[in-house]
Design a protein around this ligand. Structure first.
Ligand SMILES: *[C@@H]1O[C@H](CO)[C@@H](O)[C@H](O)[C@H]1NC(C)=O
Ligand SMILES: *[C@@H]1O[C@H](CO)[C@@H](O)[C@H](O)[C@H]1NC(C)=O
Ligand SMILES: *[C@@H]1O[C@H](CO)[C@@H](O)[C@H](O)[C@H]1NC(C)=O
Ligand SMILES: *[C@@H]1O[C@H](CO)[C@@H](O)[C@H](O)[C@H]1NC(C)=O
Ligand SMILES: *[C@@H]1O[C@H](CO)[C@@H](O)[C@H](O)[C@H]1NC(C)=O
Ligand SMILES: *[C@@H]1O[C@H](CO)[C@@H](O)[C@H](O)[C@H]1NC(C)=O
Ligand SMILES: *[C@@H]1O[C@H](CO)[C@@H](O)[C@H](O)[C@H]1NC(C)=O
Ligand SMILES: *[C@@H]1O[C@H](CO)[C@@H](O)[C@H](O)[C@H]1NC(C)=O
Length: 399
């Protein structure tokens, strides 16, 4: 009898548990979207107590930087006026580690931090070794020549003499590792002597020499803790709220986030804006399409055709001029006056005369466009708002 009543009690308890589950199930079905929304709201804020804080501080997803070079095949003939011929080499792949430090929470809903980056070569992901030789334009000589343009005659004579005695040529043959991470060149000392404080390199010169183990500037961004409306947006970069590299207020504006996280609940009407310290400007990507990456639904945002358009084609870009053909942006004011331009790889989306002027360039959207895939979390059905998380895929940094 005792066991009988116990069995009934167990059955009742189980029944109750079942009922509870059913009720909970109903409540969950009704409540879950708003609970998830609340949780997302709570956890995307930059707050030491939020789930994503450690991810924000030290990005756990591996980033890879793939670098391609154009090997100049006919340097001697170019100097005699022939069309340049180039061969694409690479990718040379680096794993990029990023961590934020000097994190200071300010009392006005912002946080300031430095983000350090370091790079490690990945031979197994690369096609080629860091010891490969590449022939490319000698940026130092071209920069020095540019700097001299408005200088006094005496300086031009000194430089011309320096070029010939040092054996500096318009093209150089260097290894990938030298081009990327720096090489000694006596010309650096001469430039620093005659143009003090114009050139950021003291010892070695390399395209990425300043990047390893350095930070990308002091960012101050909104945490979203007190007021969600400006979460992740950049308030200041290096203490300034707009840069002064360009000729219009519009072009100098620091818009969007620091380029890793955006406010959640994006829709196809949203855009991704970010400030890029490397490009010295803000950029805006626009929604293109939905996709799937390894089972994860994504929203793809792409660079609009007007990103590097010149001022006559797209007047808002007038401030980035003096301009040339559309599709390349003169960045010499933010690169120690060196004659450098920013573009998509292979002059994709640029005036076709540019790619035609060099043999070996084959611009196409599959390989050379710039896009970001954002991971949306749909907690309602297909039509629901997606929540934006960390960026998982990034490609095509121009150059
Ligand atoms: C960052 O922190 C380090 C060590 O605490 C300090 O030496 C350095 O000056 C700080 N940098 C900035 C820009 O605040
Ligand atoms: C917030 O405070 C920081 C540090 O004092 C300051 O640099 C920044 O300009 C302030 N931002 C706003 C929006 O008040
Ligand atoms: C970057 O610096 C780290 C630490 O000094 C070093 O181990 C690494 O090899 C450097 N990366 C490159 C590509 O030189
Ligand atoms: C570049 O230099 C390397 C090493 O000195 C040499 O093997 C290679 O042939 C050179 N390339 C050209 C195109 O001169
Ligand atoms: C949040 O910030 C926005 C934009 O700065 C402002 O318009 C709004 O009034 C603020 N909301 C609260 C509750 O302070
Ligand atoms: C910054 O945002 C403003 C307002 O949306 C826009 O007019 C301007 O063109 C943007 N600037 C850049 C460099 O993207
Ligand atoms: C702007 O680009 C177009 C197309 O490439 C070109 O025809 C025009 O000359 C360029 N404008 C300037 C000021 O160079
Ligand atoms: C690039 O811009 C700089 C500074 O505005 C200017 O001096 C230079 O002539 C421009 N270069 C070209 C090739 O247009």
């Amino acid at each position: 009898m005792g066991s009988h009543s116990r069995a009934r009690r167990v059955a009742a308890a189980l029944g109750f548990a079942g009922l509870l589950c059913a009720v909970l199930g109903v409540i969950m079905i009704v409540m879950v979207p708003s609970i998830i929304k609340q949780q997302v709201l709570k956890n995307v804020r930059i707050d030491p107590s939020s789930l994503s804080f450690n991810m924000w501080k030290e990005i756990p997803v591996p980033f890879y930087l793939s670098v391609y070079f154009f090997d100049v095949v006919n340097p001697k003939e170019i100097l005699q006026g022939q069309k340049p011929r180039v061969q694409e080499r690479g990718p040379y792949v680096y794993r990029e580690f990023r961590h934020k430090s000097n994190i200071t929470f300010n009392d006005n809903d912002t946080v300031s931090f430095l983000e350090y980056r370091s790079f490690q070569f990945q031979p197994d992901k690369s096609r080629g070794l860091e010891s490969d030789s590449i022939v490319m334009p000698n940026i130092l000589v071209l920069s020095a020549a540019m700097m001299m343009e408005n200088g006094p005659m005496s300086l031009k004579l000194i430089m011309t003499l320096a070029f010939s005695t040092l054996g500096e040529r318009a093209f150089m043959n260097r290894t990938v590792s030298e081009i990327m991470w720096g090489y000694e060149d006596p010309l650096i000392h001469i430039i620093n002597k005659y143009f003090p404080n114009t050139f950021p390199f003291k010892g070695k010169f390399g395209l990425f020499a300043e990047l390893n183990n350095s930070d990308s500037g002091l960012f101050t961004v909104f945490t979203g803790v007190k007021n969600f409306s400006r979460i992740h947006l950049v308030d200041k970069w290096n203490g300034i709220s707009k840069v002064n590299f360009w000729h219009s207020d519009q072009c100098n504006m620091i818009n969007g986030t620091s380029g890793q996280m955006w406010a959640p609940f994006m829709t196809p009407e949203s855009s991704l804006e970010f400030y890029s310290p490397e490009a010295c400007r803000s950029m805006k990507l626009i929604y293109k399409e939905q996709g799937v990456f390894e089972g994860i639904p994504t929203f793809r945002f792409v660079a609009p055709n007007t990103l590097f358009a010149n001022g006559s084609i797209y007047p808002p870009n007038e401030g980035f001029c003096p301009c040339r053909e559309s599709g390349i942006q003169n960045v010499s004011t933010c690169r120690f006056n060196a004659p450098l331009f920013l573009s998509h790889p292979h002059f994709y989306n640029a005036d076709p005369v540019l790619a035609e002027a060099v043999s070996g360039l084959h611009p196409n959207p599959e390989e050379h466009s710039l896009f970001l895939d954002i991971h949306p979390t749909n907690w309602e059905d297909r039509a629901g708002d997606p929540a934006t998380d960390v960026v998982w895929r990034e490609r095509g940094n121009g150059g």
